[in-house]
Ligand binder design. Sequence first.
Ligand code: NAP
Length: 440
Amino acid sequence: MADALRIGIAGLGTVGAALVRILQQRSNELAVSCGRPLVVTAVSARDRTRDRGADLSGITWYDDPLELAASADIDVFVELVGGANGAAHDSVRAALARGVHVVTANKALLAYHGVDLARIAEANSVILNYEAAVAGGIPVIKAMRESLTGNSFSRIYGIMNGTCNYILTRMEKEGLSFADCLAEAQRLGYAEADPAFDIDGNDTAHKLAILTTLAFGSEIAADEIYLEGISNISIDDIHAAADLGYRIKLLGVAQRTETGIEQRVHPTMVPLDSVIAQVDGVTNAVALESDILGELLMVGPGAGGNATASAVLGDITDIAKSRPGAQQVPVLGRPAHLLEPYRQAAMRSHEGGYFIRLRVADRIGVFASIAGRMAENGISLESIVQHAKRQPEAGAPQTIILVTHATMEGAVRQAVSAIREEGYLVGEPQVIRIERPKNG
Ligand SMILES: NC(=O)c1ccc[n+]([C@@H]2O[C@H](COP(=O)([O-])OP(=O)(O)OC[C@H]3O[C@@H](n4cnc5c(N)ncnc54)[C@H](OP(=O)(O)O)[C@@H]3O)[C@@H](O)[C@H]2O)c1
């Protein structure tokens, strides 16, 4: 049997501790399948006294991940600390620069420093693997980087944040408000104490930015993503969507268009009978549309210690099986120096269907005025209905719901602003984009 692969793990939290346990429990099976033992030789975390649920005797402890990255006793540096900058970034950079393979689950790190880190890895002929950074246990990075080589992608989209999907699912199934569902997600440990990062769409955006690069061969552009979170979604929107045959999901979507690449994260109406509409709770899903394969939808656990550690483990075993000096899979799907500059498509030129919910004063002529503003902006309507579970009292504001045929975002914005100027709107209009899967 070949020499052991010596693994240094920085971060012994949810994912890191699960990884150490699995490596220890499965050591025999892993040695057989990799042709060499996988041994954790060193770890790093902040608190030496905390019980990690794993046997750390005989393993060198470093307080500083940077010292672990510099250790001569490791062949692979596994970064499970988190954060785009600071200890995670410094230690990953240092490990790659001295020719040590790296595995990370850190989407923020990849989203902001991925191209730079890929350049360093490729210059030093070492592997940088990051399967767990997108959709946890779903092997989407390997699928895009390796299995689907040669495919030309047209669109990728997915449910990549379990917290948001859990909240939207609960709102629909239990008829609860956004605030109630968020509080429950926090109580169950699905949402952080500060949930803004998840519900504002930033977490999804980081993952989307990585997939966009793999799909379209452009540099990572995490700051050029159109972002709308879910805190604005009301139970009325969810009911209205269901009545029209849709379900609301927070999707990350990247699409190649004639004017550039669209990257957007926003609440989206998907047809009720589509497969992605059935993805409930904390589960994640990623759909890839490409010319040779058609559509591939992968569904699975997007987070959790074991599911994430499973993806990290897969990355480690790939390194264990790699041959020294052999050609490596390019970190971002193509060599970093061949990535193209990112060309952003303007959000105003996004084309798709729209759901528009308006609360209006009960006045004669409002319906005709709304239809008129739509027509003036060249928007063709699939439906326009007065919507109410119960007949509203005479004189009370009415709800009007419009669904458009495929139209330009710019036209919708212009029509809504013209409607605003008419003076009969009550409260803010709600606009939700509609996304149709290729094959239902
Ligand atoms: N949790 C998931 O389900 C999941 C899913 C996909 C991807 N990820 C990614 O996986 C990574 C780890 O996530 P996690 O949930 O395992 O995080 P976590 O539970 O917060 O664990 C972080 C670990 O890093 C250690 N740490 C933090 N700052 C440090 C520093 N300056 N020096 C040394 N150690 C430090 C902590 O030490 P102490 O324990 O001593 O405080 C802790 O062990 C993140 O990038 C995350 O985005 C997580």
